[in-house]
Design a protein around this ligand. Structure first.
Ligand code: ZN
Length: 264
């Protein structure tokens, strides 16, 4: 069996164990079913997720010109505190920004390698947590727009991490934390205008990833450089495919690459 398509982050479903799917144009691959199997993956070419041209990918699955022009790659995506649609101010396309920014957002705590704070649209819960490889997470506040979520994150970053250590996350070098206590502890640092949106009596969501064997020393696969790789898939965590020989492949970081995947 052989599949070819442009990589987009895996679609997930939070069942007892997370289910992962890769959309390969003609087929929708359930990656969980490939665990334990030998897979060959090779690089074919690039395809920008926005203009669909065969142009080298710059960032986030976009070619350079799309990255600097398309409304869904504005600075407010990575830095929600820069959101301005609630003021009626345009960045690249106000209608698009209003649609995305003016909807319920969640500020959350997720524990992947350590407890970290993050922001997501409400409809992206728990997808966002799965993508980060968090084994537990909790919502802190639910606010009506992205800006309020952004300023809350900025305030809380002073008191809790905002990054994941991907090696620790993949090695499963993790500790259980009481996120309910963390939420209470951080409450005082939430900006005044967001206090009314605090979520009371909340509990953690736990996430189980389909991993048979964690890598001891994860090494990241650069498929463009290597051109082709063959290995036995032993699990998936976050957006990473984990192979038997410590190789890991971040699907999300490789969006926009056209690859061929075959079972060997
Ligand atoms: Zn493009």
């Amino acid at each position: 069996m052989q599949y070819q398509g442009v990589l987009k982050k895996m679609v997930t479903e939070n069942l007892d164990t997370v289910q992962y799917y890769l959309d390969m144009k003609s087929d929708f691959l359930n990656i969980n079913q490939l665990i334990g199997k030998q897979i060959e993956m090779s690089f074919v070419t690039y395809e920008c997720l926005n203009c669909h041209l065969e142009k080298q990918i710059y960032r986030q699955g976009f070619c350079k010109s799309c990255f600097f022009e398309t409304p869904n790659a504005g600075d407010w995506i990575m830095r929600p505190e820069l959101s301005k649609a609630h003021l009626g101010i345009e960045d690249r396309d106000l209608a698009y920004e209003q649609k995305v920014q003016l909807q319920p957002h969640i500020v959350y705590l997720a524990n992947s390698s350590n407890v970290k704070v993050g922001v997501t649209r409400k409809q992206q819960v728990p997808t966002r947590w799965i993508d980060q490889g968090a084994h537990e997470a909790i919502e802190i506040v639910e606010v009506p727009n992205r800006y309020l979520a952004g300023i809350t994150e900025v305030a809380l970053k002073e008191h809790v991490a905002d990054k994941t250590n991907w090696r620790k996350m993949l090695k499963n070098d993790i500790e259980d934390e009481s996120l309910v206590s963390w939420q209470e502890k951080l409450r005082a640092f939430i900006p005044d205008e967001v206090q009314e949106y605090f979520i009371e009596n909340n509990k953690e969501t736990t996430i189980n990833f389909p991993v048979e064997k964690y890598p001891e020393k994860p090494k990241s696969l650069n498929i463009v450089k290597e051109e082709s790789y063959t290995g036995k898939l032993v699990g998936v965590k976050g957006q990473y495919l984990i192979f038997d020989d410590n190789t890991v492949f971040n699907v999300r970081a490789n969006e926009g690459l056209v690859v061929k995947i075959s079972l060997v």
